[in-house]
Design a protein around this ligand. Sequence first.
Ligand SMILES: Nc1ncnc2c1ncn2[C@@H]1O[C@H](COP(=O)(O)OP(=O)(O)OP(=O)(O)O)[C@@H](O)[C@H]1O
Ligand SMILES: [Mg+2]
Length: 317
Amino acid sequence: MSHHIVAFENVFFSYPDGTEALRGVSFRITHGESVGVVGANGSGKSTLLMHTNGYLLPRSGTITVGDHELTKKSRQEIRKKVGLIFQYPDDQLFMPTVFEDVAFGPLNLGLSPERVHECVEEALTTVGSLDLRDKPPHHLSGGQKSAVAIASVLAMQPDILVMDEPASHLDPRSRRALISLLRHFHHTKIIASHDLDLVLDVCERCIIIKGGKVAADGRAEEILSDRKLLEENNLELPLSLQRRGQSPGGDMDEITKLHHLLEHWAEHNTEHARTYQEWSKKAESLGRPELSALLKMIADETTSMDAHFRKALELCR
Ligand SMILES: Nc1ncnc2c1ncn2[C@@H]1O[C@H](COP(=O)(O)OP(=O)(O)OP(=O)(O)O)[C@@H](O)[C@H]1O
Ligand SMILES: [Mg+2]
């Protein structure tokens, strides 16, 4: 499927004051990938994300989203696909009430008033903010604003979700809820964050941006356990990796690292098995018994992998 692809090719961008914020960025994100974008303050993460839906346009280079090359002309179309949540929720919320803010996108998509109502209630319920629906957004706390900003994008049911520091104002429980929501969002996700634990939890791939360029691009587990690479980019190991197995002053030993990775993989395995199970039930209720049976088999085989993970964890001790 090409319609969820985001590809940057040698993208350069300068702000009007001459700051060159992107200096030849290239990557290709394919359907269903979840990608963390990390890097020091001022490295260019937000600038990069604001290019994904044409909020900013490159000075040179090309950006392709789905089947469209991003241009001034195509960006209206692209915005229907790409839901961008800004780093600062105040940049996103501008209507008199929360309800109107969340309804703004779906109304612009031309949905019927009834459908808009449903989308708004569903999105606000998902982020636990339905009770805020009649409040003016500027009266909300920082975390409440973040949740509503997320709802305003979810309500448009985007194919590609792009979030800039989504957890920075959230309390631990809301942060956990966001992680769970992101794990269940099966389309393409691009998430810029200094919360490397969140990135490790949600993203299989990670891109490090340094001085407006891609400094590293690979599997999140590999990149986020590379202390030297992280330190070169003003970053630190995710807390979950710091907690265990560091020799005094030295790097985490490889087996300890593997132990952590296995725990992480095992957790995802269980999660995936549950998802296959859910889809098996859905397929059955949609009158697709063969598909349902196959998904059930995939769920069972995935669950049976748990024993291998347990064994491997034991062998790491
Ligand atoms: N509106 C602007 N005008 C001029 N320069 C800007 C503007 N916005 C950002 N910059 C500059 O562009 C560079 C990249 O900024 P950007 O906001 O993309 O970084 P970031 O990686 O998102 O940082 P943070 O981690 O602090 O959110 C920085 O040097 C910044 O000062
Ligand atoms: Mg930023």
